[in-house]
Design a protein around this ligand. Structure first.
Ligand SMILES: NC(=O)c1ccc[n+]([C@@H]2O[C@H](COP(=O)([O-])OP(=O)(O)OC[C@H]3O[C@@H](n4cnc5c(N)ncnc54)[C@H](OP(=O)(O)O)[C@@H]3O)[C@@H](O)[C@H]2O)c1
Length: 312
């Protein structure tokens, strides 16, 4: 039974094969470009950016696993087989790594690490004081799915009063949960540091515009590890320049790789990273996919199924 992989390049195949040997030894794991594979024999795929029409050319494909949490790289293919289920990447390690990253971002804003980095580059010894600590800094997490829920709990554990916002209402111990567009303004107005872990959908595109970002508490900041489409970047930069916001920690951008002339590269209040928030090891991803396939073969419900109507 063939599982075809397109993620990490052909050089990553031995790692994928080792992972599946451990967790699903019955699968014959091959790389996407293997010329000896007959498309009729492919049952499962783990993919990142499959080229248009290729999935549709596999008549016996049963399940599509995205090698990442987002699926826009699959549904961009106008011919993606809509009768098949797409499962988004999940699992504990993805959440662990994202929570580490989000805590890094929030703590960097709290302790003004951009200023520290700038001072170091200038060889300036300026022992500046930070006026607040986590207890005085309200964090708001947008998106309370696999990643947002874990991140909110870790931030709460660090001492931040933590709130969250999602489409449907959640109950998370110690986290003040808000839901739906009606509750968004109040959620933003009580937030010092906003974390976005939303998916990329028509409803989340451009959500964080000037009007909404202006609702954040004065001196606030933004961590975006969801998707670049959530934030209207010129609006964010205008609020950083006006002093209403004090900093941003950005991992994702509307255009990636970020163009060399993008103002975010050199902005004095922005720390940026090249979409490295969370990517679990291949072993962890193989384990997750193996569990998904086992559930699929038993006829059990699957986790993290993409809903084309909701868009995530
Ligand atoms: N930077 C990186 O390296 C990296 C790595 C992995 C993932 N990501 C990003 O993180 C995103 C989240 O991943 P996940 O696994 O946590 O996804 P998930 O489990 O699907 O959770 C998505 C959350 O967003 C909420 N949401 C969706 N649309 C909304 C809307 N219009 N209004 C309010 N809330 C909305 C959902 O609400 P409900 O709970 O009500 O459904 C859910 O709580 C991914 O889609 C991807 O874009 C980035």
């Amino acid at each position: 039974m063939i599982l075809l992989v397109k993620s990490g390049g052909e050089k990553s195949l031995p790692e994928w094969q080792a992972g599946f040997r451990e967790f699903a030894p019955h699968l014959d794991v091959r790389y996407w470009t293997d010329p000896s594979v007959d498309p009729k024999d492919v049952r499962y795929v783990v993919v990142w950016e499959p080229e248009p029409g290729r999935l549709a050319s596999m008549p016996n494909l049963r399940l599509i696993c995205s090698s990442a949490a987002g699926v826009e790289h699959i549904i961009a293919d106008p011919e993606w087989p809509r009768h098949l289920t797409i499962v988004r990447m999940g699992g504990e390690e993805t959440a662990q790594r994202m929570s580490e990253f989000v805590c890094l971002g929030v703590l960097s804003l709290l302790r003004d690490m951009k200023r520290v980095i700038t001072l170091q580059a200038a060889r300036e010894w300026d022992s500046f004081e930070v006026s607040r600590c986590a207890w005085d800094t309200r964090v708001g997490v947008m998106g309370l799915g696999n990643l947002g829920t874990d991140a909110a709990l870790r931030l709460r554990g660090l001492g931040f009063p933590t709130a969250g916002w999602s489409r449907s209402r959640k109950q998370i111990e110690g986290v003040d949960c808000h839901a739906g567009e009606d509750e968004l303004p109040a959620f933003l107005a009580q937030t010092d540091i906003l974390v976005s872990l939303l998916p990329n959908t028509p409803a989340t595109a451009g959500l964080l515009n000037r009007e909404r970002l202006s609702l954040l508490r004065p001196g606030g900041g933004v961590v975006n590890a969801g998707r670049g489409s959530h934030i209207v970047q010129p609006d964010l930069i205008a609020l950083l320049d006006s002093g209403h916001l004090s900093g941003a920690f950005l991992d994702v951008f509307e255009t990636e790789p970020l163009p060399a002339d993008d103002p975010a590269w050199t902005h004095p209040k922005i720390i940026l990273t090249p979409h490295i928030g969370s990517s679990a090891s291949r072993r962890a991803r193989a384990r997750y996919v193996a569990e998904v396939i086992a559930a699929f073969e038993r006829g059990d419900p699957l986790p993290n199924v993409f809903d084309p109507v909701a868009g995530y």
